[in-house]
Structure formats: structure tokens, C-alpha cells
Write a protein that binds this ligand. Structure first.
Ligand code: ADP
Length: 481
């Protein structure tokens, strides 16, 4: 895992290369199409116009020659003269056996000779012929038509044309397309380089940030502009790192607070044992007193460690089974358990319960929550004070409140009392056997069952803790419980 993330990605596997290859392949495909399709189509169009014009010219000459005395050398010469300049590169007229009667190119030296080229042979068979090629920027087209008189083929007309003009246009088109393609290819290459290196740079930044945070530097954040997926990823990463940082800070504080809390009773125990050991002939009464103190400190250590264990279990979020729990039953158990403590502190503890309220949870956990709240209400109260535990049902929730007329919590501390080891009055808490963990356990347990807890300052004096749980639909569940 370690090696995997620190090694550089080989170039051929890198996103950058994959991205560039895809991009360039697409562009290449488009360019190949751009360089073939329009040229082919234009060529085809030229062939078609050539066919139409050349065939009609050949047919026109053939029909002009068809006549009773059409195919004598003089007759042909006369007709050709009348027809004037055809614009063709070569015109041949042959008799029925293929002997040349007229040649527009005197240098060809074909007059009187038999010319049995495929075009003429096909025309002498009575069929039209056309063929056109495009080579080296020139359109070379040939056409032949039979000369018929009274249903008989009496000769053939052969017409050829070299068209370099159209060829030039086509070559021009081809060159323009090639220039455009070259420009597009260079542009695409540059763009793909720019984009892919930007992408790699940003991903690299993100990877480096992952590494830094992995090394334990939780305060590190990635700065990334833009609103694309990579920026979103960076945002999520920063958020996650922020949470990690908070969790880490909480953990560190917890460990340091816990060690501190454990250190104090341990130091007292050391001091007391040292005194006993170092004082010779200590009178038995003092020894008893010291050993009693040691016992108290040990008890305190036990309380703290038990609560720490409870919190660790809650942190781990161990799987828990839930059952329908009847709230008033648990409230009565708590009152029963704590009324001696209330009596000892001259505090009046009363219940105001709505019957038939159920929540989904565990009876022990609900007991623990109410016990902690009511115990605090008694501990931080004054002689003659009042503590009231109320339960009330709403459509979809159950509200439990513990009210007291005690010392109260100052405004600035009210939000912090649920923090681990937080105590408003350390001395008082310590004297009452407090650990500063009770309310943290309450909050974590309440949350575990989807509830909320909040501390409120009461008008006048005292405090009110309000716990809300989702209400369990009664009926069936009530019957089972
Ligand atoms: P402790 O073990 O110290 O009681 P808790 O987590 O239960 O720890 O409570 C944290 C602190 O909140 C207490 O030390 C006390 O200062 C304050 N507190 C809790 N409940 C009350 C209350 N009902 N009235 C006044 N202060 C309270």
C-alpha cells in the first residue's frame, strides 16, 4: 500500500498519456475523414459531369455524321468543320471496320489505319462507352459512340479530353484541407499537452496532499481553483482532512486529560504509602486513616477507569440490540435507587410521569442516562432543594427532563458540560466523587439511540437537562414488553 502510492505512475499507465492518446486518436480519425471524403466526393462529381458532357458531345457528333454519305473522308471533314472547335483534346472518327477517317490530331498519323482500341470496338458493336480516370492532377476522360444509319452501325466516334483545370481545383482543395489538417493537428497536440499536463499537475498536487496528511500533518489543505471534478475532489479531501484533524485533536486531548486524571489519585496513593513506609512507629490510628485514604483514591481510580471503558465502548459503536423500553418503569427504578442520596442531602426528589411511553433501546442504558442526570441534580444542589424527573410523550417523540433548583451552570459553561472531563467547579465535583465523564457518557448513549440531549439554565435558579428520544409506536410492542 505504502509503496503503491509513493511510486511514480509509469508513463504508459498515466492518465496523461491515456488522455492524450484518446484525444489524438479522435482528432486523427476526424482528419483522415476530412482528407478523404470531400476529395472523393468532388472527384465523383467531376466524373459524373464529364460523363454527361463527353457522352453527349460524342452522341452529337455521331448523329451529325449519320447520313447517306456521312462516312466518307470528305463528308467527315465537312461535318467536323461545321461542328467547329469542340474543346476536346482528341476526336477520331472510324468507319465500320475501325479504319480511321478523321483524326483531330494530324500528328497522330492514324488516318487510314485501323484503330481497334477497346472504346472503338465497343462503339462498333453499337454500344456507348465512357471512362474517366484521375491521375497526377489531371482528369482523363474517353467516350465513344456508334454512328448508326438505318439501324446499322456504320462507324464510331471517339472523343478524349484531358482536363487539368478541374484537376488543379481538386489539388487546390486537397492542399487546403491538408493545411487545415496540419493546423488542427498541431493545435490538438498542443491543447492535449496543455490539458493533460494541467490534469497531471493537479492530480499530482492532490496525491502529494494525500501523502502529507498520511504522514500525520492533519492541518494540511489543498488549494485548487476551478469547479471541475478535480476541484470537487480537493474540496472533499479538505473536508475529510478537517474531520480527521478534529478527531485527532479530540483523541489527543482525551488521552492527555485521561492521563492527567489518573495521575492525581496515583500521586496521592504514592504519597500516602511513602509516608506510611518512611515514618517509623506511626501510630495505628494514623495508619488506618492513611490506608482509608488510599482506599478512597483507589475507588476513584476504579470509577474513572470504568467510565473510560464505557466511553471507549460507545466510541467503538459496538453492535447493540434494542428492545422496547418502558420509560416510566426505568424512571421509578432510578428514583428508588437515588432517594437515599437525596434524603441525605435534604433534597426533595419527585416524579411526574406519563404512563405507556416506549422507546427503542436498552433498559440498562436508559437507566444509566437518567441515573447520571438525577445524581448530578442531587449532587449540585443545595439543602432543601428540589429535583423533578418528568416524562412526556409527543406524537413521535418522548421527552425526559430532569430539573433542579441547584447551583446552576454559568452561561459560558453550559455548552461545554458534555465535554469529556469538563467540570465547572472542579473542587465540588471532586468532593462529590465526580469524574467529569458522566455527561459525556449520557450524550454518547443518547445519540446511540437517535436521541438528543441539551442543558438549559432555569430562570431563577438551577438547571434543566432535556433528553428527547424517537417514540416507539405502542400497541404491539407494549404488549410484548
Ligand atoms: P461529574 O462527574 O463532575 O459530575 P459530569 O460529566 O456528570 O461530571 O458533569 C460535568 C460538570 O457539569 C459537573 O462537574 C458540574 O460542574 C456540571 N453539572 C452537571 N450537572 C449539573 C447540575 N445539575 N447542576 C449544576 N451543574 C451541573
Amino acid at each position: 500500500m505504502d509503496g503503491q502510492s509513493t511510486k511514480r505512475v509509469p508513463l504508459w499507465r498515466s492518465l496523461r498519456v491515456k488522455y492524450a492518446i484518446t484525444y489524438l486518436t479522435l482528432i486523427a480519425a476526424v482528419l483522415v475523414l476530412l482528407n478523404t471524403y470531400p476529395v472523393r466526393t468532388s472527384q465523383q462529381m467531376v466524373f459524373q459531369t464529364k460523363q454527361v458532357s463527353l457522352q453527349s458531345q460524342a452522341a452529337l457528333m455521331a448523329s451529325a455524321l449519320a447520313g447517306p454519305d456521312g462516312l466518307s473522308a470528305e463528308g467527315v471533314a465537312r461535318v467536323m468543320e461545321v461542328l467547329g472547335d469542340t474543346g476536346l483534346s482528341r476526336v477520331l472518327v472510324t468507319g465500320a471496320s475501325g479504319e480511321v477517317l478523321y483524326d483531330s490530331d494530324p500528328a497522330g498519323n492514324t488516318l487510314g489505319k485501323y484503330i481497334l482500341i477497346v472504346e472503338v470496338v465497343q462503339a462498333l458493336r453499337g454500344e456507348d462507352f465512357f471512362r474517366s480516370d484521375y491521375t497526377d492532377g489531371v482528369f482523363h476522360s474517353r467516350s465513344a459512340a456508334p454512328v448508326t444509319y438505318r439501324g446499322m452501325t456504320i462507324g464510331a466516334v471517339y472523343a478524349a479530353e484531358y482536363d487539368a483545370e478541374q484537376g488543379r481545383l481538386l489539388v487546390g482543395l486537397q492542399q487546403t484541407l491538408q493545411r487545415i489538417s496540419a493546423a488542427v493537428a498541431v493545435g490538438a497536440l498542443l491543447l492535449s499537452l496543455v490539458f493533460s499536463s494541467a490534469l497531471t499537475r493537479r492530480l499530482g498536487q492532490l496525491l502529494a496532499a494525500f501523502r502529507t496528511v498520511r504522514e500525520g500533518e492533519y492541518s494540511h489543505r489543498v488549494k485548487m481553483s476551478g469547479r471541475d471534478e478535480v476541484s470537487r475532489l480537493a474540496g472533499e479531501f479538505n473536508e475529510l482532512t478537517g474531520r480527521l484533524q478534529t478527531t485527532e485533536e479530540v483523541r489527543r486531548r482525551f488521552v492527555s486529560d485521561a492521563s492527567h486524571e489518573l495521575k492525581t489519585p496515583l500521586a496521592s496513593i504514592r504519597l500516602l504509602t511513602d509516608s506510611i513506609l518512611q515514618t517509623e512507629n506511626m501510630d495505628p490510628g494514623t495508619v488506618r486513616e492513611f490506608v482509608g485514604d488510599i482506599g478512597e483514591e483507589a475507588e476513584r481510580l476504579q470509577r474513572i477507569t470504568e467510565k473510560l471503558l464505557t466511553l471507549t465502548r460507545l466510541d467503538a459503536g459496538a453492535p447493540h440490540e434494542t428492545v422496547p423500553v418502558e420509560v416510566s418503569r426505568v424512571a421509578r427504578r432510578v428514583e428508588h435507587m437515588l432517594s437515599p442520596l437525596a434524603r441525605a442531602g435534604e433534597i426533595h426528589l419527585s416524579l411526574e410521569l406519563e404512563e405507556g411511553l416506549f422507546i427503542e433501546g436498552s433498559e440498562d442504558d436508559l437507566y444509566q442516562i437518567l441515573f447520571n442526570l438525577v445524581e448530578n441534580a442531587i449532587k449540585y444542589n443545595l439543602p432543601g432543594g428540589q429535583v423533578t424527573l418528568r416524562t412526556r410523550g409527543e406524537v413521535d417523540k418522548v421527552i425526559l427532563s430532569v430539573e433542579d433548583t441547584g447551583v446552576g451552570i454559568p452561561e459560558e459553561d453550559i455548552g461545554k458540560v458534555f465535554d469529556r472531563f469538563y467540570r465547572v467547579d472542579k473542587a465540588r465535583s471532586r468532593a462529590a466523587g465526580g469524574t467529569g465523564l458522566g455527561l459525556s457518557i449520557v450524550r454518547d448513549t443518547v445519540r446511540r439511540y437517535g436521541g438528543t440531549v441539551e442543558a438549559q439554565r432555569r430562570e431563577g435558579e438551577g438547571t434543566r437537562f432535556v433528553v428527547t428520544f424517537p417514540r416507539l409506536d405502542t400497541g404491539k410492542e407494549a404488549g410484548q414488553a
